[in-house]
Design a protein around this ligand. Sequence first.
Ligand code: PHB
Length: 392
Amino acid sequence: MQKRTVLRLLLGTGLALGLATHVGAADTKPFKIGFILPMTGQSASTGRQIEAAVKLYMAQNGSTVAGRKIELIVKDDAGVADSTRRIAQELVVNDKVDVLAGFGLTPLAAAAAPIATQSKTPMVITAAATSSLTEASPYIVRTSFTLPQAAVSIAEWAPKNKIKKVVTMVADYAPGIDAERTFKDRFTLNGGQIIAELRSPLRAPDFAPFLQRARDASPDAIFVFLPSGQGAAFMKQFAERGLDKAGIKLIGTGDITDDDQLNDMGDVALGVVTSQHYSAAHPSPANKKFVEAFQAANKFRPNFMAVAGYDGMRVIYKAVESTKGQAANGDALLEAMKGQIFESPRGPVLIDGQTRDIVQDIYIRRVERQNGQLWNIEFDVQKSVKDPGKKK
Ligand code: PHB
């Protein structure tokens, strides 16, 4: 009699356990994040930086959030828009990812945007930086930056620092045009003069002819935007063409003194002033912790792409957490991404609920050698900068 009761109890418990496991299984299907990155090709450093930061974030914060196992999928689009589109389609249809993320260049993000819209999948841009991209889909959230956001501060700084005549040189595609227009508008408003506007091809660029033309124009400075990965090659040719010896200063957005390559650029980079949202030398405790952990795991320095990847994961993790892992669809998840405020290794940031773009501090930095290494040393800051490139 007693035995039977025990048996019944055990069976009952077993049944209850079984049920619980069953319900649990439905709840705990993995939460899938599909990163599409250029892991090969001209922009491979962007992919390498973002993947390393994403893995660091997961190592530090665990791979279970609100009871959901986080499954990371990383796909290489080699920087080719047709591949980005195909991979985004496969990730949504076959893998049924909950979030798309990454996007190393503007044309790659633009190619995936319609898929995010059609499938109602949040799309977290952790690299591409053309202002208008957030309007390509209502499902886009951005944790990187925009070129207008970065370029305004250097356009304000230059005319106050004996730079009156400038030649602009930008990569000939959307973020380059954004940088050129923003710099020109603000610089001329402050009394500066643009004496030539040059655009170099995005693919396989040879900067020599542009540098020659810039040199011949004898400006006080050349303002440059090139996408991450091209800075070192540019800097080498800048020195080879003798622009530094001719007393022509180099200014730009921080993409040209990218922390991924800066330390190998040599003396030609010393004194270059840029404005941007992230320096590996940013002197906050949060950044020191981030840089130390990143370098211990990777043996290379994080750049502005890495910090955007790291923060992109933060935005996704918190959205899963605040929806208790139960977001029934992409819309609920997207809502939970909007309005997030947190301290990034770059400083305080906000995901603007209206624009879905990032609001952040922009620093003015000068390349200096400290402890035998080259760093972007911040010496001024503009607080809480919204992307000024958005249509009003
Ligand atoms: C872009 O294509 O939007 C892009 C890529 C790299 C950068 C900045 C912008 O450093």
